[in-house]
Structures are given as structure tokens and as C-alpha cells.
Design a protein around this ligand. Structure first.
Ligand code: ATP
Ligand code: MG
Length: 213
């Protein structure tokens, strides 16, 4: 039945893409991905931990394999969530446009939906080959406390009419959780329980992540 519904509503199956540093992954990421899945009828959401993120070169980012394992622990109970080593296996900096070209080839029959928080949405026109990206995929900007997208969306409508209908704002139960705050909490010996899945909390504890940043 779900297949019939899909055919009736939209022609192609839809793949969600959730890129991030995930240092560590937390409930903000998971809620954004799950609400986007439900709202846009995504068949699957692929989490893609970044390699060496172009915008975070200055801070020491945790080893890619550790960030990858934390995502694995966080998503394993959701059958619609999947994990891709695409960016961490690639040498050098990872640019979203390159990742999307690979995904486009790997999933030719799918419509691609890139999920971001509103903080990242506000930045998309500074991404390498942004205009090209916007012709390849759709964007879902999930509400994130502290980052209002309404001015941005108005401006995009006026200045980039070619993106009409390709950038979607998604209201989600807002979670003011960030990886930066979680790392600071670990450093300051403050609690992080309930900000992220328990297996991830135990994992970062076992590996002494963020203790002495
Ligand atoms: P950092 O503080 O290190 O930047 P972060 O919490 O912002 O970490 P990222 O890995 O940078 O997490 O984010 C990956 C993606 O998830 C981005 O698109 C970001 O906007 C989105 N995101 C992160 N936290 C939230 C949240 N609380 N609500 C909605 N979206 C979020
Ligand atoms: Mg961030």
C-alpha cells in the first residue's frame, strides 16, 4: 500500500541526506532527520559523516572512524536510517557538491533531499558550486533555535527565483542541542545525559573524547 501511495503522490522515491561533522551526533540531528523523513516521505535517510570538514579546519575534529562509530550507534534502531563512509573514505577536504555527484550516480532513480538545520541553510550560497547543487537536489532546512530562516527564505525567493520550490523550511520540535555545547559540557564535567543517545554517551566516555580539548 505504501508503494501505491508513493506512486500517487510523487513519481520518484526520495532519499534524504544528512551531512555533518557529528562530533558527537545528538538528538538535534536525529529529530531533524526523522521529522524530515516523515514530512517528505523519504524512503531512507543517509547519514554522511564528513571527512576533514572545509569549514572546521582550525579546530581539532575527532577521528573520522570514531565519529562514524557514534553515528552507527545512534541510528541502528531506526530501519529508515543508514550510514555512508563516502566522505570519510575520501582523501582531503570533502565538498558537498562532490558527494552529491557520487550520490546522484549511485541512486539515479531517487530524488535527493539534503537535510540541514537552519544555521547551515543560511550558508548554502557560500558552498562551492552552490547554484549547481541547487539544480541537483532539494533542500530541507529544519528549524534550529537561534537561527531564523524567514528573512533568508524571502531573499532567496527574490534573488534566486530558479530555486523556487527546491528549498523547504521544516518546523520541527526545536532542540537547542549542539555538538559544541556537548563537548564543552564533557570538558567541564557537566551532565550530557538525554542530549544524545545513551550508547553514544557511553562510547565517548569509554574513548575519553572531549575530556582534554
Ligand atoms: P558543531 O557545534 O560542532 O557545529 P552541530 O551540533 O552544529 O555541531 P553539525 O555536525 O555541525 O552539528 O551539524 C550537522 C547538521 O545538523 C547541520 O545541517 C546542522 O544545521 C544540523 N543540526 C545540528 N544540530 C541541530 C539541531 N539542534 N536542530 C536542527 N538541526 C541541527
Ligand atoms: Mg554545526
Amino acid at each position: 500500500m505504501t508503494n501505491m501511495k508513493r506512486v500517487a503522490l510523487h513519481e520518484k522515491p526520495r532519499l534524504g541526506i544528512m551531512g555533518g561533522t557529528f562530533d558527537p551526533i545528538h538528538y538535534g540531528h536525529l529529530v531533524a532527520a526523522e521529522m524530515a523523513r516523515g514530512e517528505f516521505d523519504l524512503s531512507k535517510v543517509l547519514f554522511i559523516p564528513s571527512g576533514t570538514p572545509p569549514h572546521k579546519i582550525r579546530r581539532d575534529v575527532s577521528a573520522a572512524n570514531l565519529r562514524y562509530e557514534m553515528v552507527e550507534l545512534a541510528i541502528k534502531d531506526n530501519p529508515a536510517f543508514d550510514l555512508s563512509p563516502l566522505e570519510i573514505e575520501r582523501r582531503g577536504l570533502s565538498y558537498t557538491v562532490e558527494t552529491l555527484r557520487i550520490l546522484r550516480r549511485t541512486w539515479p532513480e531517487y530524488e535527493l533531499y539534503f537535510i540541514t538545520g537552519t544555521d547551515a541553510l543560511l550558508e548554502i550560497f557560500s558552498w562551492r558550486e552552490a547554484e549547481e547543487i541547487l539544480t541537483m537536489i532539494q533542500f530541507i532546512g529544519a528549524a534550529r533555535p537561534g537561527f531564523d530562516a524567514s528573512d533568508f527564505l524571502l531573499k532567496v525567493q527574490q534573488e534566486h527565483p530558479e530555486t523556487l520550490g527546491r528549498i523547504h523550511y521544516l518546523e520541527v520540535p526545536a532542540l537547542a542541542i549542539s555538538s559544541t555545547d556537548i563537548r564543552a559540557r564533557v570538558r567541564n564535567k557537566q551532565p550530557i545525559r538525554y542530549l544524545l543517545p545513551e550508547p553514544v554517551r557511553l562510547f565517548l566516555q569509554q574513548h575519553g573524547l572531549y575530556d582534554a580539548e
